[in-house]
Design a protein around this ligand. Structure first.
Ligand code: ADP
Ligand code: MG
Length: 579
């Protein structure tokens, strides 16, 4: 049996791993860690979510950090804020016994000033960042990548699917002494290949066999926003996808009409498609859509049945459908004929449970994404315009006769200045629009603050006024809690179901969040009430449940050891039939 001791890692890292309760390295860890510890090499590592990739790159990365050098030596890029936080928290645990190693996470949605101050302290060797926020910091000269030797692209496929290609390019180009690039991804696709071709030197490839689920070409993403910001979130997403050729689904004809009208007023090339339009009109819309005169159509499910278009890049669920099967129909509009596609769903915190239902019933896996911030949108449109200039082929003879006067006018202006002015003219409206654009993501900051302020450890026993009389069982109670709060089923433990009430344990730092999310709910028509159970012996028993590792997110492990396959978390929930 392989152990962490054999990998040649520094003693303090091995100790930390032991303290975490990791006994056996996961398959991807077995393949990646020794290689990365022993060599200075680029690597492409393919393994699904929940297979332990964070430690697979984190341990060798921390192993290679020189604690006596205070500069930023390593950079981890990750697609979302939440993942950044998780990676940083893991790194802190891995480096628990390592002196002088400091990791900082930087991501959007939180004040940049705080992050700048932390960077200014000048002792951060490892930065874990979303691409967008890192570039914001580069623009402000708050971070120096000149000494960065190692870069990890975590969930590279996701970052690319979310549209961060240019940002990643930019960052890679701005790390002059990079010695190795470690690319971790669940899937391999053309974009991932492109990055590896362009920026990696003879990468070694390691991969862990994966199970197949659904159509691999479709990336299912969801964004959590507030109900009143749904439309703004849609706009933001559209602005971040300048090349979109998509279908936006609404639940009702009225919504299809309203959303498309509002978008048109804002200057988007879209049209509605729904049953209140006569056949002639609908045919016309479809023809124009096929000729790409619309970037997107806003459709109801019924009207969209007739759509037979192959190159749809995005399906956007303005709202999730009632029926998970309908979700599958909708998402199946993209990722056809071997192409890849993205299906995005806008949900409120209350609707997250439905995402879980679709995941279960349609056997798909969703990725939580962040709604881009203003700077990300502006940058996206800049890079898009640069591409357009590069690709443009002016008609023959265009501008020929004005050549002389143009030359005269701009003779004294240098090329950079000219370009700068042209770009400004092109982008100034977007820049103005997005000045002080609000953060449209619901939930992130709040939860973070909550975690920081509560700062309690261990697990807490909760009382819930639901029991066998309400049809509850251990499984269904876990399922209910997980679904209503979007936490991992694995976080709910020591469930005792009685006739009229039940008890269960959850991690202390999540108590408030869980109690609050459950408070408004109903379980089989009974209004739910949740309270902290009295701390009497026999109830709380906090110490018995001492295992430190429980992932907050899907894909975490149920078992703490890797014996043999399967290594992936298997859900402890039964399918639920009502939707
Ligand atoms: P991935 O990045 O591949 O999705 P993570 O690195 O987030 O997976 O790991 C998922 C969970 O598994 C985390 O809770 C982590 O602490 C745990 N884990 C990782 N490696 C091991 C191991 N060798 N033994 C037990 N648990 C592990
Ligand atoms: Mg990961």
């Amino acid at each position: 049996m392989t152990t962490f001791q054999e990998f040649g890692l520094k003693e303090e890292l091995v100790q930390a791993v032991q303290a975490l309760g990791f006994t056996t390295p996961s398959p991807i860890q077995q393949q990646a860690i020794p290689l990365l510890v022993q060599e200075t090499t680029d690597i492409i590592a393919l393994a699904q979510t929940g297979t332990g990739k964070t430690a697979a790159f984190g341990l060798p990365l921390l192993h290679k950090i020189d604690p006596n050098d205070q500069g930023v030596q390593a950079l981890v890029l990750s697609p979302t804020r939440e993942l950044c936080m998780q990676i940083q928290e893991e790194f802190v645990k891995y480096s628990k016994f390592s002196r002088g190693i400091h990791t900082l996470a930087v991501y959007g949605g939180t004040p940049i000033g705080t992050q700048i101050r932390e960077l200014k302290r000048g002792n951060v060797q490892v930065v874990v960042a979303t691409p967008g926020r890192l570039i914001d910091l580069l623009e402000r000269n708050a971070v120096n990548l000149e000494e960065v030797k190692m870069i990890v692209l975590d969930e590279a496929d996701e970052m690319l699917n979310m549209g961060f290609r240019d940002d990643i390019d930019f960052i890679l180009k701005n790390t002059p002494v990079r010695e190795s690039t470690w690319l971790f991804s669940a899937t391999m696709n053309a974009d991932v290949r492109r990055i590896s071709k362009r920026y990696m030197k003879a990468p070694k490839e390691v991969a862990v066999a994966k199970e197949n689920a659904g159509n691999e070409n479709i990336d299912h993403q969801y964004f959590v926003t507030h109900a009143h910001q749904r439309f703004d979130a849609l706009r933001r997403i559209l602005d971040f996808a300048p090349d979109i050729y998509g279908i936006i689904f609404t639940r009702t004809k009225q919504d299809a009409q309203d959303v498309s009208e509002k978008l048109m007023r804002e200057g988007y090339h879209v049209s509605a498609l729904h049953g209140d339009m006569d056949q002639k009109m609908r045919t016309k819309v479809m023809e124009r859509f096929k000729r790409r005169q619309f970037q997107a159509i806003v459709a109801t499910d019924v009207a969209a049945r007739g759509i037979d278009v192959n190159d749809i890049t995005h399906v956007i669920n303005y709202e999730l459908p009632e029926d998970p099967e309908v979700y599958t129909h909708r998402s199946g509009r993209t990722g056809r004929a071997g192409k890849s596609g993205v299906c995005m769903s806008l949900v409120t915190s209350r609707e997250i449970g439905r995402i879980r239902q679709v995941e279960r019933m349609a056997k798909t896996r969703f990725h939580k994404s962040d709604i881009p911030d203003g700077a990300e949108v502006v940058r996206k449109r800049l890079f898009h315009f640069l591409d357009k200039i590069e690709e443009a082929q002016p008609e023959h003879g265009f501008g020929e006769i004005y050549k002389k006067s143009i030359h005269e006018k701009f003779e004294a202006m240098d090329k950079d200045e000219l370009i700068n002015r042209l770009l400004w003219l092109q982008l100034k409206d977007t820049i103005k629009d997005y000045e002080n654009a609000p953060d449209l993501n619901a939930g992130y900051t709040d939860r973070r603050v909550e975690r920081e302020t509560s700062n309690r450890s261990g697990s807490v026993r909760l009382f819930i006024n639901i029991g066998t009389k309400d049809g509850a069982s251990v499984d269904s109670l876990i399922q209910f809690v997980a679904e209503m709060t979007d936490i991992e089923p694995g976080m709910v433990s020591r469930v005792t179901v009685r006739e009229l009430s039940s008890f269960f344990n959850v991690p202390a730092d999540a108590v408030e969040f869980i109690a609050e999310s459950l408070g408004q709910r109903k379980f089989n028509n009974r209004k739910v009430r949740v309270e902290e159970a009295d701390n009497k012996p026999g109830f709380s028993g906090g110490s018995g449940y001492g295992k430190p590792r429980d992932s907050y997110r899907k894909g975490g492990y149920e078992k703490k050891d890797y014996g043999s396959e399967p290594h992936k978390f298997t859900r402890a929930r039964k399918p639920q039939n009502k939707y």
